[in-house]
Design a protein around this ligand. Structure first.
Ligand code: SAM
Length: 260
């Protein structure tokens, strides 16, 4: 079942999250003759066949897990990774700002571990994501992650240095998460359709400055940069407050539109 499809019943091959508590959830799929091992015992995955999402299943030690239908959040956060991945809070603003929707054609670089690629493909399917990556080992990891999410048919994985050029033309968006986005700005301009979106995610403000100055120089408009902070709230009766620990920094997002 593709990630975009809604379903009620679990059958062989169905993707599933086995939810234990706020900190522990396991992303897997329903298979015969396979066990999911956890520190609370193992779950026979064939026990899930014929159940509905939302059902409880017991591990070998009698602990209950709830079988949930995975969302794109699970695939992003659970992606085995060789690189830093983009976090859901940043992907959410990106999706909203770019107006990602079915049918769009998006160029992405670098593919990294493919977490953002999965999210882009999820939103634009049956459109296409053209994803450039220089490192073949990272690309192999990304391919497995995208395949696991059932989204490989919406992605073209491309080997190459995106600072040397973008082959696609008239695309709706160019999305960058790589070290030197300012070097890609001229290629993004050539690849985008009029009004098309440029987006870049960078961990340092020095990268943001170089990218924004280059965007302005090249005639992009509506250039904006943002930082998002997300705090989880700890809720105990009579003691509701932010969690002590948080992800303090991911990166900055820069957006722009192509003016003809
Ligand atoms: C931080 S990772 C991207 C992570 C990805 N957004 C994700 O969510 O999994 C940055 C990637 O950009 C790749 N990269 C760096 N420079 C590049 C270039 N000029 N062309 C293509 N890929 C590049 C790196 O090899 C690395 O895999």
């Amino acid at each position: 079942m593709a990630l975009n499809e809604l379903g009620d019943d679990l059958s062989e091959g169905s993707p599933v999250v086995l939810y234990l508590d706020g900190k522990r959830r396991y992303l897997t799929s329903v298979e015969r003759d396979r066990r999911l091992h956890t520190h609370k015992g193992y779950v026979e995955l064939s026990d899930l066949i014929g159940l509905r999402y939302g059902s409880k299943v017991k591990s070998s030690t009698g602990v209950s897990f709830v079988a949930l239908q995975p969302t794109i959040w699970d695939y992003v956060m659970k992606a085995p990774r060789r690189t830093q991945v983009m976090y859901p809070k940043d992907i959410a603003l990106l999706a909203f700002r770019l107006g990602l929707r079915p049918g769009m054609r998006v160029v992405e670089a670098g593919t990294g571990s493919g977490a953002l690629t999965c999210a882009l493909a999820f939103f634009v399917r049956p459109g296409k994501v053209y994803s450039y990556e220089v490192n073949p080992e990272f690309q192999a990891v990304a391919r497995r992650n995208i395949e696991r999410a059932g989204l490989l048919d919406s992605v073209e994985l491309k080997s190459g240095d995106v600072t040397q050029g973008i082959e696609e033309v008239e695309v709706d968006a160019v999305v960058l998460d790589m070290a030197t986005p300012w070097l890609v700005v001229p290629h993004a301009y050539s690849a985008l359709r009029g009004g098309g979106h440029f987006a870049s995610f960078s961990p340092t403000i020095n990268q943001v400055e170089k990218t924004v100055l280059e965007l302005r120089r090249r005639g992009f408009v509506d250039v904006k940069s943002y930082e998002l902070l997300m705090r989880e709230i700890k809720v105990e009766e009579g003691a509701v407050r932010p969690e002590t620990m948080m992800v303090g920094h991911t990166g900055y997002l820069t957006f722009a539109r192509k003016a003809l």
